[in-house]
Design a protein around this ligand. Structure first.
Ligand code: NAD
Ligand code: UGA
Length: 482
């Protein structure tokens, strides 16, 4: 099959970077990325590359090189389906909010809509690739929709034909470009030999042959869910041990190092933090839970569900701990939050631990001053469901500790910490590990605390500056200046 035109439906965190890298590595292919969201497409096409809808280190350079050459962003879905030899479906698959399976099963309405659009507008033979993360056997549904192209009446044309493949994406946000350029593996599931060859030939332009794995379609779909479940399970496992460390005097960093040096365990994904966030871990595990229940395996469902339960408990544990350390009340106290993204090097806040933790603190009456290098105030407003309200603007001098349930955004870390009773570090941005604690300490209201949920600051620097210090999973009791 001679592949010339690729279309990707969905210009989000996966579609945008993935297609940019394909365009970059395969200059002889024309790559079109389409989306129903006009505002997003305008941002992808904007001249200011600091305002792309997705922040990923290195992405701006690739866009600069490829956009307008062989990479195009557009809302013209119909035309770009019609010209495509391969169509990647990379739309969102969030957890269902109502109906059967609500709260656990994936909502496939966007996938189904795409399949119907493809069925309607495709020409000739088209390879349809599931890039979105999908429950097992979704490819079957897509194939059925494509094969029953009901309105095909054009006698002069051949009826379009389709081959469906599963090709899940394993990139992590914040390192997406590197992950795409140097993947651990490319997984291709399906039966159609020609389609598999056509898709793998694209990847072979930069991925070694031995890293391209072929499986049956259901194994490929299930492997994606399983990979995320295993990764999230490690985070919940280490966070559970972190809590035990805090109670016993052990240090979770030392435990991680000790167990991670065992090759069978490995050193990655053993950092205790504020609990896993991101758009996929929770959604994909809940999906696995739903599938296990559906297939009559309640023990399997309970096992995986506990990974999410532990994560929720852990996030709530951190909020409670802050409350306890601040004399049991934070009503009217100013708390500075450093980091709102779910991890460093991304502007994505979906399921960020910061949302739950900030929400808990606001519920207790705290006033929050939030800093993040890449997340905007308007995004935080959407996530918290509470409008930003300048803490001091409509108050008299000295009133800042009297008005509850407010938050404001600060680009500057020092200004964010002004008059704060506590600083809570929730995202491991590099700049937070370089903070001058002497300067910050002078601005805070004493006695003041630093809560490091990411273990990125040097405890001695904080303590020397006269601040009390807590960090996740550390049972050392000598951190408090109280
Ligand atoms: P996203 O929300 O960032 O992007 C999805 C895009 O699809 C949105 O821009 C939306 O407007 C668009 N869309 C929805 N329906 C459409 C339609 N009918 N026609 C055209 N456009 C449509 O989501 P994402 O983070 O890119 O995730 C996409 C999929 O990839 C999900 O299944 C997710 O589980 C999976 N995934 C995500 C990541 C990640 O790091 N975010 C990694 C691997 C896999
Ligand atoms: C994750 C997987 O790593 C990707 O392989 C997968 O493609 C993607 O989900 C997806 O399907 O969406 P991502 O969520 O972008 O990627 O980021 P991760 O690096 O996995 O981090 C997830 C969460 O776990 C973050 O909140 C992170 O801070 C937390 N984490 C991670 C820890 O708390 N400790 C760790 O040791 C590692």
């Amino acid at each position: 099959m001679n592949i010339k035109n690729i279309t990707c439906i969905g210009a989000g965190f996966v579609g945008g970077p993935t297609m940019s890298v394909i365009a970059f590595k395969c200059p002889f292919l024309k790559v079109n990325v389409v989306d129903i969201n006009k505002e997003k497409i305008n941002k992808w096409n904007g001249s200011d590359l600091t305002k792309l809808p997705v922040y990923e280190p290195g992405l701006d350079n690739i866009i600069k090189k490829c956009r307008g050459r062989n990479l195009f962003f557009s809302t013209d879905i119909e035309k770009n389906i019609a010209i495509a030899d391969i169509i990647f479906i990379s739309v969102n698959t969030p957890t269902k909010t109502k109906g059967i399976g609500a709260g656990q099963a994936s909502d496939l309405k966007w996938i189904e809509k795409c399949a119907r659009e493809v069925a309607k507008h495709a020409n000739g033979h088209t390879i349809v690739v599931e890039k979105s993360t999908l429950p097992v056997r979704t490819a079957e549904t897509i194939q059925i929709i494509l094969n029953t192209k009901q309105d095909f009446q054009d006698q002069d044309k051949m009826k379009p034909t389709f081959a469906v493949l599963s090709n899940p994406e394993f990139l992590a946000e914040g390192s997406a470009i590197n992950d795409l350029e140097n993947p651990d593996r490319i997984l291709i599931g399906g039966d159609d030999i020609q389609a598999k060859k056509a898709l793998s030939d694209i990847y072979k332009n930069w991925v070694p042959d031995e890293k391209i794995l072929f499986t049956n379609i259901w194994s490929s779909e299930l492997a994606k869910l399983t990979a995320n479940a295993f990764l999230a399970q490690r985070v919940s496992s280490i966070n559970s041990i972190g809590a035990l460390c805090e109670s016993t005097g052990a240090d979770v960093r030392e435990v991680s190092r000790a167990i991670g040096s065992d090759k069978r365990i490995g050193s990655k994904f053993l950092d205790s933090g504020p609990g896993f966030g991101g758009s996929c871990f929770k959604k994909d595990i809940l999906n696995l839970v739903y599938l296990s229940k559906y297939f009559g395996l309640p023990e399997v469902a309970n096992f995986w569900e506990s990974v999410v339960t532990l994560n929720n408990w852990h996030q709530n544990r951190i909020s409670k701990l802050i409350l306890k350390k601040l004399f049991g009340t934070i009503s009217g106290k100013k708390i500075c939050i450093l980091g709102f993204a779910f991890k460093a090097n991304t502007n994505d806040t979906r399921e960020s631990a910061a949302i739950n933790i900030c929400y808990d603190l606001l519920e207790e009456g705290a006033i929050l001053s939030i800093n993040d290098p890449k997340v905007t105030a308007s995004q935080i407003e959407l996530d918290l469901g509470i409008p930003e309200s300048k803490i001091n603007s409509d108050l008299n001098e000295g009133d800042s500790h009297t008005v509850e349930n407010r938050w404001e955004f600060h680009k500057d870390i020092e200004l964010a910490s002004e008059g704060a009773d506590a600083i809570v570090i929730l995202t491991a941005w590099d700049e937070y590990s370089e903070i001058d604690w002497n300067k910050i300490s002078q601005r805070m209201r004493k006695p003041s605390w630093v809560f490091d949920a990411r273990s990125i600051v040097n405890p001695n620097d904080v303590i020397k500056s006269g601040l009390n210090f807590w960090r996740v999973g550390d049972g050392n009791e000598n951190f408090s200046n109280n």
